[in-house]
Design a binder for this molecule. Structure first.
Ligand code: 13P
Length: 269
């Protein structure tokens, strides 16, 4: 039974898809689909940079939140091709993905740069969604736990407990992303619990409740309407970071509805 106190989140990472017109239409359909609904999860859309402003205009004054897929950790400067935290805030961005596996795989993102970006996001009041997860090779060599622990520990280096109020972590096993191969719900839950325990180990304190217990941990990797219910039933999994199935309202809205039902069930208990 997932802790009802933790926020439930359904987030759509549109990756490098959607021009402005397409992004506007999709954001409108999602905003319309959740309008007037109660007990919603936090819904966040992560459009490509060129459509962030357009989507921001659509979701302003709705229950849908705006995110960006990446950022640089500097405030400004000679960093061609990069976008800074103040620039994201300027266009109304509230959430930012940090360390997505595609950034790690193809664009040289490292545990060290993830840590710098996380600190910068927190400094500027952006809500970070830090992504971690093992590759197929690492899983096959029984390195999943070690890799995930290392990624989480490195991301959180030099932070204080009080910095973590807005932190969200996403467990995205690389082998499950865009492959149609979903990680089994119970296994995803085991790794989410490991992430939570790792956070608690990093910030162990005798006085306060374990901080990891209040941090939402999402699962990502081929999440679909047919997989979400079992995923949301897991004790340590608080939502989903969705790629492919976030690209149409027909697939994304049912994920939000499933989370809404789950929230309503948790309230009743
Ligand atoms: P898919 O849902 O397409 O597997 O992508 C997951 C993901 O990478 C979300 O960030």
């Amino acid at each position: 039974m997932s802790n009802p106190k933790r926020s439930k989140i359904i987030a759509g990472n549109w990756k490098m898809h959607k021009n402005r017109g397409e992004a506007k239409a999709l954001a409108e359909a999602i905003a319309k689909g959740v309008k007037g609904e109660k007990d919603l999860p936090i819904v966040v859309l992560f459009p490509p940079f060129t459509a962030v402003s357009t989507v921001g205009d659509v979701v302003k004054d709705t229950s849908v939140n705006l995110g960006a897929q990446n950022m640089d950790h500097h405030d400004s400067g000679a960093f061609t091709g990069e976008v800074s935290p103040p620039m994201l805030l300027d266009v109304g961005v509230e959430y930012v993905l940090i360390g997505h596996s595609e950034r790690r795989q193809f664009f040289g993102e490292t545990n060290a740069s993830v840590n710098l970006k996380l600190k910068a996001a927190l400094k500027h009041g952006l809500k970070p969604v830090v992504c971690v997860g093992e590759s197929l090779d690492e899983r096959e060599n029984n390195l999943t736990d070690a890799v995930v622990r290392r990624q989480v520990g490195a991301a959180l280096a030099d932070l204080e407990v009080t910095d973590l109020k807005t932190l969200v972590v996403a467990y995205e096993p690389v082998w499950a992303i865009g492959t149609g191969k979903t990680c089994e719900a119970t296994e995803a839950n085991r790794v989410c619990a490991l992430i939570r325990a790792t956070i608690n180990d990093v910030f162990r304190s005798e006085e306060s409740a374990p901080v990891g217990d209040s941090i939402p941990i999402l699962y990502g990797g081929s999440v679909k309407p047919s997989t979400i219910d079992e995923q949301l039933e897991q004790s340590d999994l608080d939502g989903a970071l969705v790629g492919g199935a976030s690209l149409t309202a027909d697939e994304f809205l049912p994920l939000i509805k499933s989370a809404q039902k789950r929230i309503q069930a948790l309230v009743k208990v």
